[in-house]
Design a protein around this ligand. Structure first.
Ligand code: GLA
Length: 405
C-alpha cells in the first residue's frame, strides 16, 4: 500500500482501496486469514490450529495528517495472545500488550490514544527515528570531501533526523504473515536533500510480532549517494504498564564501555570502561539506585542519556540489555546486530504530557533502549562507520523479547 496510492494487497487477499474507505466513509477492518501450513509454537503450548486461530493482522484507518494524508493502524496478535498496534505515521508502535507473571496483559509502551496527539507533540514516542538516530554535532559532516549541513533542531546540533524526521512522515505499508509471526512492512523514500542529507534513501522497516513473544524489527536501506544512516526504534518502555516511574526497573547492559558526552550530549570520542562508575550496568541494577549520584556525565542530560558500547557489538545478534520489573515480573530482553545502545531514562518527561488513558507522564515515566551506531559517528573517526554507499545494503535486526517470572 502506498501512502499516497492504493492498497494493492497481497495476491488479492486484501483487495481494498483507500479511496473506497474514504468514499464509503465507514469503518472498515481487514482481517487477514492466516493460511499457515505449519505454526510451530513451542513456547505457548498450543497446537498449530489454535495458534493459527489467534494470529491476526487487522488494518484500520487511524485518521489523517493536517495535509490530508490518511494514516492506517495495524493491530497484530500472536499465537499466545500478545498484541501490538503499529501505525503508518512515524512507523510508531502505538501499543504493545504483554503478560505479567499471572498472565495479565498490560500495555508496556508510552504514547497517545489518537493520531492528532502524536502529531501535536511527541518526544518520539514509539517511533522509528532517522535518517540518523541521535545527534550529529553542529549538524555538519563531510563525506568524500563534500561538507553537508543538516537541519538544526537540538541546541546547535542535529537530533533524530531533523525537523521532519522519519518519525513524522507517513510510511507505505503492507501486511506481513509468516509461519512464526505477523507484522507490517513499512517503506519510505527519503529524497535527496531532505533535512540536508545527501542521496535518495529507500528505507524499509518490518515489525514482526513473533510467536516467541518478540517484537522483531528488521531495518533495510539503499541509497544513490553516500550518506550516513542510523535507524532506531524510540519506544518508551514501562513494564508496569505505565503505572509509575521506571526507577525501580532493573537493568542489565551487556557493555563494559560507554561513550561520554559533552554538555550538548555530543560524544567526546572516548570510550572509557564503566567499571567502578554509576554507568556500570554489567550486573542487574535498579535504574534509580545511582541516578542521583554526583557524577558529571549524569548532569548533562539530567540522568542517563548515553550510548553504551556493546561487548560483542557487530553483525552478530547479541544480547544488549535485559530489563525487568519486580512487581509484575515482566522481563524484556533486547538483542541486536548494532554495536551500541542508547539508554535514555526519560529525563525530559516532566508531567506536561498526558498520555494514553489520561495518564500523566511524570519525570522518568518511561525509558528508551535504542539500538544504534554511536551518536555523531560521521564526525568521529574512531567510531564504526555509518556511511552507506550506492550498491551497498544497510541491513540490521533488533529484537525485544518478552517474558515474565
Ligand atoms: C534520545 C536522546 C535524548 C532525547 C530523547 C528524546 O534518547 O538521546 O537526549 O532527545 O531521545 O527526548
Amino acid at each position: 500500500m502506498r501512502a499516497g496510492g492504493e492498497f494493492d494487497g497481497e495476491k488479492g487477499r486484501l483487495a481494498m482501496y483507500r479511496t473506497r474507505w474514504q468514499a464509503a466513509g465507514f469503518f472498515m477492518v481487514a482481517t487477514t486469514g492466516l493460511m499457515l501450513s505449519s505454526c510451530r509454537c513451542t513456547q505457548c503450548g498450543v497446537g498449530p490450529k489454535e495458534a493459527q486461530s489467534k494470529m491476526e493482522v487487522n488494518v484500520e484507518p487511524f485518521g489523517k495528517t493536517p495535509e490530508g494524508q490518511p494514516v492506517r493502524i495495524y493491530r497484530l496478535t500472536n499465537a499466545n495472545g500478545l498484541k501490538a498496534a503499529v501505525m503508518t505515521y512515524g512507523a510508531i508502535v502505538v501499543s504493545l500488550e504483554v503478560p505479567d507473571k499471572n498472565g495479565a496483559l498490560a500495555d508496556v509502551v508510552l504514547g497517545y490514544d489518537n493520531l492528532d496527539a502524536y502529531i501535536q507533540k511527541s518526544p518520539y514516542f514509539g517511533a522509528i527515528v532517522g535518517r540518523y538516530g541521535n545527534r550529529i554535532g553542529k549538524g555538519r559532516f563531510t563525506v568524500d570531501g563534500t561538507e553537508y549541513t543538516l537541519a538544526i533542531n537540538n541546541g546547535e546540533n542535529h537530533l533524530h533526523g531533523g525537523i521532519k524526521g522519519f518519525d513524522k512522515v507517513v510510511w507505505d505499508d503492507e501486511p506481513v504473515r509468516r509461519p512464526d509471526g505477523v507484522g507490517i512492512k513499512l517503506s519510505y523514500l527519503s529524497k535527496d536533500g531532505e533535512e540536508g542529507y545527501p542521496g535518495n534513501l529507500q528505507a524499509t522497516v518490518t515489525y514482526v510480532l513473533t510467536n516467541a513473544d518478540e517484537l522483531r524489527i528488521e531495518y533495510a536501506a539503499t541509497t544513490d549517494k553516500a550518506t550516513p544512516v542510523n535507524l532506531t526504534h524510540h519506544g518508551y518502555w514501562n513494564l508496569t504498564g505505565g503505572q509509575r516511574d521506571i526507577l525501580a526497573h532493573v537493568l542489565m547492559l551487556n557493555a563494559d564501555r560507554f561513550t561520554p558526552v559533552d554538555q550538548g550530549l555530543i560524544p567526546t570520542g572516548e570510550m572509557p570502561r564503566v567499571r567502578g562508575t554509576v554507568m556500570d550496568f554489567t550486573r542487574p541494577t535498579a535504574i534509580g539506585a545511582r541516578i542521583a549520584a554526583d557524577y558529571e556525565q549524569l548532569k548533562f542530560g539530567g540522568g542517563y542519556d548515553h550510548n553504551w558500547v556493546l561487548d560483542k557489538g557487530g553483525k552478530k545478534m547479541t544480547l544488549a540489555a535485559r530489563l525487568s520489573e519486580p512487581t509484575t515480573g515482566r522481563v524484556m530482553e533486547v538483542y541486536t546486530q548494532e554495536p551500541g545502545v542508547q539508554f535514555y531514562s526519560g529525563n525530559f518527561l516532566d508531567g506536561t504530557i498526558t498520555g494514553k488513558g489520561g495518564v500523566v507522564y511524570q519525570h522518568r515515566w518511561g525509558l528508551c533502549l535504542e539500538t544504534q551506531h554511536f551518536p555523531d559517528s560521521p564526525n568521529q573517526p574512531n567510531f564504526p562507520s555509518t556511511i552507506l554507499r550506492p550498491g551497498e545494503k544497510y541491513e540490521t535486526v533488533t529484537v525485544y523479547r518478552f517474558s515474565a517470572k
